[in-house]
Structures are given as C-alpha cells and as structure tokens.
Design a protein around this ligand. Structure first.
Ligand code: ZZB
Length: 271
C-alpha cells in the first residue's frame, strides 16, 4: 500500500494548557521543553487521498495508543506509532540512513488531544487534534487526518464528538466551527460524499463499523472514478488526474512524503 505521509504541524507556541475532563491538554507535550520548542513538530497522517487535503478539519489520534516522537536528520520531529516509524526508517524517511531512527520521547494518545495544528492545504488556518475510536494501531501511522466531506468515518466521528463533547473530553470550539466543505463533486452523491453516504446507509455513530466499511468503499469508488475537483489549482480536473499532481506538489513543498506499507503487514483492510 502506497500512502502519502502528510506533515501536520503542531502549533506549539499556541498551545493553551488547560484541564478538559480528566486531561491536562498540552501539558505532557510542553513538558518536553526544548525537544518540541526549538524544532518543528509534526503529526504524520497516512492518507490514500492526498487530493482531499483541502478539506481537512482536524486530525485524529487513538486514545488507547502510544506514539513516539522521532527526530529527522533535518531536525524536525515526527509523531507517529512506533510500528510506522520502523517502516519509515527502512525507507529512510528520516534521512539518518536505512533502518536508522532517533526516538526522542513517547506520548500517550490522550496527551496528543486538543493541540492546535496547521494542516497543509486545509481551508482552516488552525485545526485541532481529536480522539477517534476506530484508529487502528496496525495501519498507517495511527494518525488519521480528518476530511469529513469525503470520508464517512471522519464525518461520523465529527458528529459524535459534537453531540457528546463532554463524554469524549473535547471542547466545543475544537469541533463546532469546522464544517465540511465541498472538495470533490460526484454524480452519485453530490459534493459532500461523506455525509451523503452516511445518510443513505443511515449510519448513526462510530460504533456502526460494518456499515462504515461499506460506506468507505462506496465513497472511495465515487470519488476516484467519477469525482471532479471543485477547489484548488486543479479545479475542474477529474480526481484521477488531480491526485498525482496534488500529491507531488505537497511533496515538493516539503509538506508530505511517500510512505509504503507492505501489504502483508496490513492486518485489517476494508477494501
Ligand atoms: C484522508 C482521507 C480522506 C481518507 C478521504 C479517506 C477518505 P484503507 O483503504 O483502509 O487503507 N486511515 C489511515 N490510517 C488509519 C488507521 N490507522 N486507522 C483508521 N483509519 C486510518 O484506508 C486508508 C484511509 O483510512 C486513509 O485515507 C485514512 O483516511 C484512514 F476522503 O486520509 B484517509 C472513502 C475514504 N475517504
């Protein structure tokens, strides 16, 4: 599986430490001091849909998972699962030599929630890291960028977080002002494929896993085969043509990199 690793910068200087439910938002990260204050720090999201990055409204982490902070040869800090870091090391993503990695800290998923972020191409200047129930430790980087316009999973998760923000320990301001915006138009589902497919399949919450798998399949097909870009420099182009162009532009701008995962290691796949 060839993913695009998207570098979503944590706005460390903008973190406002505060108590939200049982958690002290930002505290553990800021306690790392120089490690995160003198170097740019990025959540690394693995995506198969780089052309949808205009629609990023947040970034999801798993609250039961553990994440590592890895320093690259250029002095940037990448945050992802250790499993992903090992794969990246073998692809020399860190620039330290094949198989080499330098872990500088470890954080729990809960310690990564509520951080202000800058996501490349997003129409929102600042988005927040949020908890998602269905983040798999065994796929990608265990960091999932949220594009509710085109991903049923992301739309439903945002809806859950808005409806039950106290239960999920998220502040309303991290989720409320981040409406899905049209990125891709399709003949079957219009220009908000994620919400539309959820509506058609009557999906209620993140718990509806089987329906969400079907929704994802439908959304992938509609977007990839019949989608047309409605935003950005490639507005008007079919998704199939725009996808590689946008991906390469993100890579050239230093916002992304190629991240491959051997098929055999992908434990759970819907496709
Ligand atoms: C942005 C995006 C926009 C995504 C979209 C999908 C869609 P697959 O096919 O099963 O490999 N993802 C990545 N890692 C994880 C993880 N560890 N746990 C849960 N979800 C993960 O799925 C790859 C997609 O699943 C990735 O692409 C990512 O979400 C998510 F409009 O990134 B995607 C119809 C899907 N649309």
């Amino acid at each position: 599986q060839e993913y695009t690793g998207i570098k979503i910068r944590i706005k460390v200087d903008a973190i406002q430490p505060q108590q939200v439910g049982p958690y002290e938002v930002g505290k553990a990260l800021l306690a790392l001091g120089d490690v995160v204050q003198s170097k740019p720090v990025f959540l690394i999201a693995a995506t198969l849909r780089p052309e949808t990055m205009y629609g990023q409204t947040s970034c999801f982490v798993g609250t039961t998972l553990t994440y590592g902070l890895y320093e690259t040869a250029k002095g940037e800090i990448y945050v992802c699962s250790e499993r992903a870091a090992r794969n990246m090391a073998w692809q020399d993503v860190f620039g330290l030599g094949k198989g080499q990695m330098k872990q500088v800290a470890t954080l729990k998923g809960t310690e990564l929630v509520g951080l202000p972020l800058s996501a490349p191409l997003s129409c929102y200047d600042t988005v927040y890291s949020l908890p998602m129930e269905n983040v798999l430790a065994t796929k990608g980087t265990a960091v999932v960028t949220s594009v509710p316009s085109d991903s049923p999973d992301d739309h439903i998760t945002m809806q859950d977080l808005r409806k039950k923000s106290a239960y999920y320990n998220v502040l309303p301001e991290w989720v409320n002002d981040f409406a899905a915006t049209p990125i891709i138009d399709t003949p079957e589902y219009g220009n908000l494929v994620g919400p539309k497919v959820c509506e058609i399949l009557k999906i209620q919450s993140q718990k509806d896993k089987a329906l969400l798998a079907e929704a994802k399949e439908r959304a992938y097909k509609a977007g990839f085969y019949n989608g047309t870009m409605v935003v950005g420099d490639h507005k008007g182009l079919p998704v199939q043509e725009a996808k590689p162009l946008i991906r390469q532009e993100l890579i050239d701008a230093g916002h992304a990199f190629v991240y491959c995962e051997p098929e055999g290691l992908v434990v759970s796949r819907s496709g």
